[in-house]
Design a protein around this ligand. Structure first.
Ligand SMILES: Cc1cc2nc3c(=O)[nH]c(=O)nc-3n(C[C@H](O)[C@H](O)[C@H](O)COP(=O)(O)O)c2cc1C
Length: 130
């Protein structure tokens, strides 16, 4: 079954609050026949945005790492749930890295007027600050 809901766990702490919450939500969705997948982003290779400007010209990110499947997921899924610990009144560093890398999607829409994801598809987003 195709993943319908992407759950991003943004905590570096294994088996702690955000991790438990992500897995609890995942189980509840499964119980309700909604397919979902947890991405523990601290286990993933996601480079910092280098502001190289490649996405301003192409709508895509030049860096090929674990963000690549995430871009596909953002397009494909019906919803994304981001769970982040509050670190110094902000999201965790890795969540910030993911947010920065979504500049490629922003650039495709607002700079190039050629959205790299289907804009007509209805999607939901949820953010949980822990
Ligand atoms: C570096 C760091 C900074 C933090 N900053 C804040 C903060 O600004 N405000 C707050 O309420 N909690 C703060 N906390 C506490 C965490 O948000 C809290 O323990 C959270 O439950 C951690 O989630 P986790 O168990 O999934 O790692 C901070 C914790 C760390 C390690």
């Amino acid at each position: 079954m195709n993943t319908e809901i992407l759950i991003i766990n943004g905590s570096p702490r294994r088996s702690k609050n955000c991790f438990k919450m992500a897995n609890e939500i995942n189980s509840k969705l499964t119980e309700n026949n909604i397919s979902s997948e947890v991405f523990n982003i601290y286990d993933m290779n996601i480079e910092y945005c280098t502001a190289c400007g490649f996405c301003d010209k192409t709508g895509y990110c030049r860096i090929k790492d674990d963000m690549t499947p995430m871009y596909e997921m953002f397009d494909k899924v019906k919803g994304v749930i981001v769970i982040s610990p509050v670190h110094f009144d902000c999201v965790s560093a890795k969540v910030k890295t993911v947010v920065d890398r979504t500049q490629a999607i922003y650039a495709s829409k607002y700079i190039l007027n050629k959205p790299s994801i289907d804009r007509n598809k209805k999607r939901i987003g949820m953010y949980i600050a822990v």
